[in-house]
Design a protein around this ligand. Structure first.
Ligand SMILES: *[C@@H]1O[C@H](CO)[C@@H](O)[C@H](O)[C@H]1NC(C)=O
Ligand SMILES: *[C@@H]1O[C@H](CO)[C@@H](O)[C@H](O)[C@H]1NC(C)=O
Ligand SMILES: *[C@@H]1O[C@H](CO)[C@@H](O)[C@H](O)[C@H]1NC(C)=O
Ligand SMILES: *[C@@H]1O[C@H](CO)[C@@H](O)[C@H](O)[C@H]1NC(C)=O
Ligand SMILES: *[C@@H]1O[C@H](CO)[C@@H](O)[C@H](O)[C@H]1NC(C)=O
Length: 439
């Protein structure tokens, strides 16, 4: 069977890396699971279990029976401010074509603990932080209509859409802009921004839950209007104050090592997108690697409120811990506690009881959090294979960043590995839970 030696040495080295008595109590540090009351054994089993899913097998409806769930992943688990597990399995760069022909061994790259992943829709969580910061600053109101910041947004019946409706996906927008922003209908960014503002809606505002990228594209435009800063700048302000050095947008869609030359080797490969989607999608080197996978974010020059961010599990961990700390990290206040509470408040109990959501995040979402799901568990996924789960009740969070779309989005749904992480975390917490069933 697969060995879990990697995590053992890592947990031990974590002890020596832990801070001394001067270590601020609200900052993450490495430590043994037992030091915070967790069991090590399930966390060791987790490593070989996730590694197993990088091999082809029959995983029920999660794949077509012949492909792996994902080529590899970076993972991080923390409890009571202690990182109890941080490891990578499988590969970051593995295939030479859409059919899964393997690269020669010397061209492959293993996934690393500090691999840089395209966060896809986890970008929305960062946009959520930037939005809550403007609410805290008094520049934005959750219940105000979008038209009080962008009057032209009233076009096509959108005058009653509020900031809160955008953040909880009840604005009435269809899932994606039509035609797509990367379609030949548009030639400039300005035209695409105009298309977002004048977009039609599919439902009456405030009546229907429908997850939509347009909600977070619109939030970007609102934030940029009220602050006079670009979204990537706004997000950089708080990520840099949290000490996140590997969290960035690729504004300009700069290809290859020309963009951030010192980190490109850590960026994972994504999809052979043109082969999968057809010639209408962005024309760029394949597989997509280092420019945003999401075609609409690409059409917005690489920066959008719904997708575009790149990060590592260690960087994103700081944001998760800040939320568990109710808004502070390293003694700095990023959000007011009342704003953090909005993430853990279900705003959809009347509209859609099956889909509880706070601002930005889903609540009680078993498909992402597995057996850790509860109304105090906020979670989200990204299309490329990323997921983030923050459990307020137990003071725990766990991150699974995978490039499941390498080489093709059609190979798998990695909900299984996302839930598996939740299973092993629950076991480490001493809970008797069932492993997620194959469908
Ligand atoms: C992962 O662990 C669970 C629980 O022990 C087991 O049922 C499942 O078969 C394992 N998955 C793989 C791919 O080995
Ligand atoms: C992938 O396989 C399909 C079906 O066999 C074939 O038509 C296509 O040319 C292959 N693509 C590449 C890039 O090898
Ligand atoms: C977008 O372009 C397509 C293809 O040229 C065309 O069929 C469609 O009508 C256009 N849509 C809009 C809204 O202009
Ligand atoms: C954060 O706020 C929640 C809700 O008020 C509270 O239950 C929890 O104890 C707080 N956590 C910390 C670390 O202050
Ligand atoms: C949470 O989700 C589970 C499983 O979907 C469901 O049985 C339970 O009723 C939900 N809890 C609440 C408070 O809605």
């Amino acid at each position: 069977m697969l060995s879990s030696l990697a995590v053992v040495s890592l947990v031990l080295s974590g002890v020596s890396a832990a801070g001394g008595p001067q270590h601020p109590p609200d900052v993450l540090r490495y430590g043994r699971p037992e030091s915070v009351g967790l069991s090590s054994e399930p966390l060791h089993e987790l490593v070989s279990n996730l590694s197993a899913y990088t091999h082809p097998d029959d995983y029920g409806d999660y794949t077509d029976g012949i492909h792996p769930i994902e080529p590899g992943s970076a993972n991080l688990i923390a409890h009571n401010s202690v990182i109890v597990s941080h490891f990578a399995v499988g590969d970051a760069v593995l295939y030479t074509d859409v059919n899964g022909t393997l690269l020669p061994p010397w061209k492959r790259r293993k996934a690393r603990r500090d691999s840089i992943y395209d966060m896809a829709s986890l970008t929305k969580m960062y946009t959520t932080m930037a939005t809550l910061q403007q609410i805290d600053a008094g520049l934005l109101e959750l219940d105000a209509p979008v038209i009080s910041y962008i009057p032209e947004f009233a076009a096509n019946g959108k005058q009653d859409i509020t900031i809160k409706m955008l953040m909880t996906h009840i604005s009435g927008f269809a899932p994606e802009p039509r035609p797509p922003l990367y379609a030949s209908n548009y030639t400039t960014i300005e035209q695409r921004v105009q298309a977002i503002i004048t977009q039609k809606i599919a439902n009456k505002p405030g009546t229907t839950y429908q997850y939509s990228d347009l909600n977070y594209m619109t939030l970007m435009l609102v934030l940029e209007k009220i602050t006079g800063k670009k979204l990537d700048q706004l997000i950089h302000i708080f990520t840099s104050s949290l000490g996140m050095r590997d969290t960035f947008f690729n504004r300009g869609n700069i290809e290859g090592p020309l963009f951030r030359p010192h980190t490109y080797h850590r960026v994972v490969a994504q999809e052979f997108q043109i082969d999968v989607q057809g010639p209408q999608v962005p024309r760029r080197p394949q597989p997509v690697r280092g420019t945003v996978h999401d075609e609409n974010a690409w059409a917005l020059d690489g920066v959008s409120g719904h997708a575009g961010l790149f990060s590592t599990v260690a960087d994103t961990a700081k944001m998760c811990q800040m939320l568990l700390n109710n808004g502070t990290y390293g003694g700095r206040r990023i959000l007011r506690p009342e704003s953090v509470d909005l993430i853990f408040t279900n705003f959809l109990s009347d509209i859609d009881p099956e889909n509880p959501r706070g601002v930005g995040f889903q609540l009680n979402h078993t498909a992402t959090a597995g057996p850790m799901a509860s109304m105090l568990t906020a979670s989200h996924t990204g299309f490329t294979g990323t997921s983030m789960v923050i459990d307020r009740a137990s003071g725990t969070f766990f991150l699974h960043f995978a490039n499941r779309v390498h080489p093709s989005r059609e190979w798998s749904d990695n909900g299984l590995t996302r839930q598996a992480l939740g299973y092993w975390v629950a076991r480490a917490l001493g809970r008797e839970v069932e492993f997620p069933a194959l469908e």
